[in-house]
Ligand binder design. Sequence first.
Ligand code: SF4
Ligand code: SF4
Length: 402
Amino acid sequence: MSDKKMTGGHPGGHPGGGHPGGHPGGKPGHPGGGHPGGHPGVHPIPQKNADGSPPLRLIAWEITRSCNLACKHCRAEAHPEPYPGELSTEEAKALIDTFPETGDPIIIFTGGEPLLRHDVFELVSYANDKGLRCVMAPNGTLLTAENSVQLKEVGIQRCSISIDAAEAKYHDDFRGELGAFDQAMKGIQYLKDAGIEFQINTTVTRNNLHMFKDIFKLAKDLGASAWHIFLLVPTGRAAELGAEVISAEEYEEVLNWFYDFQKTTDMQLKATCAPHYHRILRQRAKEEGIPVNFENFGLDAVSRGCLGGVGFCFISHRGQVQPCGYLDLDCGNVREIPFPEIWAKSPQFLNLRNPDTYDGKCGHCEFEKVCGGCRARAQTMEGSYLGPEPLCSYEPKKKPKK
Ligand code: SF4
Ligand code: SF4
């Protein structure tokens, strides 16, 4: 049985209780910056691994699914009680041993709430000793002065904290707990005191769109290294959000706004799980006569919109490997197949790397190579992970393949 079927939920998406393991991103001057829980900074030039597979840049690893919050958009529909079948400490360390064979991935320790796992510091320390870059996606409410110092000591380089509003009332409502906003603010202060950089992740919904400038200002005032906005994938609890999910046309507006807004700040901004932002960026840059290169657009210029199965993957608390936390495709379990073999040979990953397998407009879109469409929304809203991205309003100019 797949992990999703078991929990009915949304496995480790992206850090920050919302979206751990988003996508690599960044602006010029921030080549190493990234996305804990989003997609942290990533090596922009892909080369092949010895077995021919693409280098894995980023792994979102759901070390536990247990969580102390009940966020409205949670892919995992997580709850505080322990989940059966979590990888043991020994299994987790054996898994870490295999990560370098797949490339030089950044590891996003995510959940659930990663701090609820009893051996979290031991695992981070182990991965750090192997030379792996480690980031974390806690929800912020369990951070303390003590555990923040510990996180620094074991090698966590960045944390992502989800903030969905500039004021407590809306954020608390979204996160399902009174006081969550204030606790997250305290958590951020603990991280700062411990010398750990942090980024703010914000999930885009119809209810908080009007607050975006205020949320950005808050992130800036707090001293965040980055602000990542996440487009909802309506799965897990988010499937019930209904009217809060904005339409394809509204996404187009938001992403165009984001393109313009990026120019007004030096802060690293990233539209995550919005693959078609990579189309919009190129369309707008062409109109404006700006070359799309790393100097002008950072990692957005050299990375792909959706990296699920291409440069990114998710590993569930029970060892199931998926293209991402929002796409519950069982690509193999590390308890049965060595992780590097899953990454290199899983039929689903091979499909995701080959646009000829895509159905619908994404398969013949001239922006496919830089975008790819969200495969999780295609699965949830269109019934097939190889289907068209439902929240992109673009109609490709190229003709459909026969
Ligand atoms: S499938 Fe969607 S949610 Fe998953 S990594 Fe790609 S864009 Fe993000
Ligand atoms: S049609 Fe698909 S590949 Fe083309 S821009 Fe839209 S989401 Fe991306």
